[in-house]
Design a protein around this ligand. Structure first.
Ligand SMILES: *[C@@H]1O[C@H](CO)[C@@H](O)[C@H](O)[C@H]1NC(C)=O
Ligand SMILES: *[C@@H]1O[C@H](CO)[C@@H](O)[C@H](O)[C@H]1NC(C)=O
Length: 487
């Protein structure tokens, strides 16, 4: 029964469950069954398609119109080395509202459009980075028609080097997710027949920016893993310490692994191998898999995955890839589409931050005002995680992906841009009452006049892990920005 009425009934049931304060909850079986059916995910994807169809129709997806800071062929970099955030704005072109970005404590170093990053289609999504043994910083920028490669120079300039198109036999798709494994990147897509591409980033060490290379999807890749049910996966997750990747959200949900965690051995990246899967809680939208280092002595040294499973935070013991166990499965006030999250410290796993992608749209729980909510979880007891509090952004928008670096969480919040929260107070104040917004850079001025929009526009992803402090931000419509926190 995949009817709109059923969705409406389920969502009003969710609404009715919301109390005043955020709290963990035992998942409701009927609600979980609805999520397991895929109907909520299909509805979410349909909403995104509607937004992107509208953006295409209006011309907003034509990335050529967004002038790169340094036009290729024009020679010199733009007059200013970087554009500082001054009095709450980074003014790239004076008098041009579309080139004036609201900000706090983050400066602008570069922007290159998808067109200038070699894409015919544009439509950006994921991104990742790789630091070479000598410290050069390379990035991968997902677009509907492949992955663009670039280097961020010591001056913070983005230099296009080439690209890897989507896998042979697969259609273009905005859903292209990329993660790093040692000197490789691993690429999955929601396109049927895509499989998982493994590419050796050290090829870029000899790339020539004067003649960007389109790498062959057969001859130049390390491998393509075709063990997915129909080649389509929502995301890829890496446990580098344990030498494996995980395909999450691989369609269809009716397959043996039920779109759960599909483990792929990467010991030999030329020959990825199936290790088994965790079907126990059905569809996994995103996950983080780590060797457990934390206060729950029962699990020290075990291989743990924190799963973001649409209506629950689900914690797995995946030490044995062929017989995984679920340690706990927990929902929370306002749960609408549990999307992604990250532990605040992989070396001491006591807390994690979680983002929900539909609570702002559904206007439920703490997100009733349409402002992005960062949910704080105390995971000191893996069998009984506690949702201790949340941070409500002052901006209007939707939260999407976040990664924690040194106690700060860096978030891609669609139309409200890159947001940085200072989480260092969480261990002493788990409610999050002392969490503050340390910095932001709003890459989507298009919605400023309206005070922000709850919509799937602006930034999809970012990569905040470079030693230099440069942060790559990939946007859906424009292209990629290089930003840096003000020092
Ligand atoms: C895209 O934008 C560029 C620059 O504004 C323009 O020259 C081109 O005609 C546009 N392409 C389409 C298909 O509208
Ligand atoms: C685990 O399952 C995979 C895939 O079914 C299989 O290839 C592998 O041999 C199994 N490993 C063990 C240790 O049972």
């Amino acid at each position: 029964m995949r009817t709109p009425q059923l969705v409406a009934v389920a969502l009003s049931a969710l609404l009715a469950q919301n109390g005043v304060s955020a709290k963990e909850m035992v998942p409701d079986a009927a609600t979980s069954a609805l999520y397991d059916s895929g109907v909520i995910h299909e509805r979410l994807m349909a909403k995104k398609h509607a937004t992107w169809d509208r953006q295409r129709a209006s011309g907003a997806m034509n990335s050529s119109q967004y002038q790169s800071y340094r036009q290729p062929g024009a020679g010199e970099f733009s007059a200013q080395a970087f554009v500082p955030c001054t009095n709450g704005v980074a003014t790239v072109v004076a008098g041009n509202a579309m080139q004036t970005f609201k900000c706090k404590n983050i400066d602008y170093y570069d922007f290159v459009s998808h067109a200038n990053l070699g894409s015919r289609t544009g439509e950006g999504s994921s991104s990742w980075g790789w630091t070479s043994p000598t410290g050069r910083e390379f990035v991968v920028i997902a677009q509907a028609d492949g992955a663009a490669f670039a280097e961020i120079t010591s001056a913070g300039k983005l230099v296009y080097l080439g690209r890897l198109p989507q896998a042979s036999g697969a259609a273009t798709s905005i859903w292209r997710e990329i993660r790093g494994y040692k000197n490789y990147i691993v690429i999955g897509s929601e396109a049927v027949n895509h499989g998982i591409q493994v590419f050796d980033m050290s090829k870029l060490l000899t790339a020539n920016p004067a003649s960007p290379t389109t790498y062959s999807v057969t001859a130049d890749v390390t491998s393509v893993w075709n063990g997915l049910p129909n080649g389509r996966t929502h995301n890829v997750v890496i446990n580098e310490e344990k030498n494996y990747a995980v395909a999450v959200g691989a369609q269809p949900r009716t397959s043996t692994c039920r779109s759960g965690l599909i483990f792929i051995d990467l010991v030999d990246p030329k020959n990825p191998k199936t290790l088994g899967c965790a079907a126990g809680d059905g569809y996994v939208h995103d996950a983080q898999c780590l060797v457990y280092r934390g206060p729950d002595t029962r699990y020290v040294g075990r291989d743990i995955c924190y799963g973001y499973n649409e209506d629950t935070l689900t914690i797995y013991d995946v030490t044995n890839k062929n017989s995984t166990t679920i340690i706990s499965r927990t929902s929370y006030t306002g749960a609408s589409y549990t999307h992604q999250g990250w532990v605040t410290d992989p070396m001491n796993q006591q807390f994690l931050v979680l983002d929900d992608e539909l609570d702002e749209e559904n206007r439920v729980g703490p997100a009733a005002q349409g402002r992005p909510i960062t949910y704080f979880w105390d995971i000191r007891t893996l069998t009984a995680p506690r949702q201790t509090g949340y941070f409500r952004s002052s901006a209007t928008g939707i939260d999407h992906n976040q990664f924690v670096v040194d106690g700060f969480t860096y978030q891609s919040n669609y139309g409200s841009g890159l947001r940085v929260l200072d989480l260092r107070s969480l261990p002493t104040t788990p409610t999050g009452a002392s969490v503050t917004e340390a910095a932001f850079f709003d890459v989507y001025p298009e919605d400023d006049a309206q005070g922000g929009v709850v919509d799937f526009v602006g930034t999809w992803s970012h990569y905040p892990f470079f030693k230099s402090g440069y942060i790559l931000v990939n946007t859906i419509e424009r292209g990629a920005f290089v930003l840096k926190r003000t020092t």
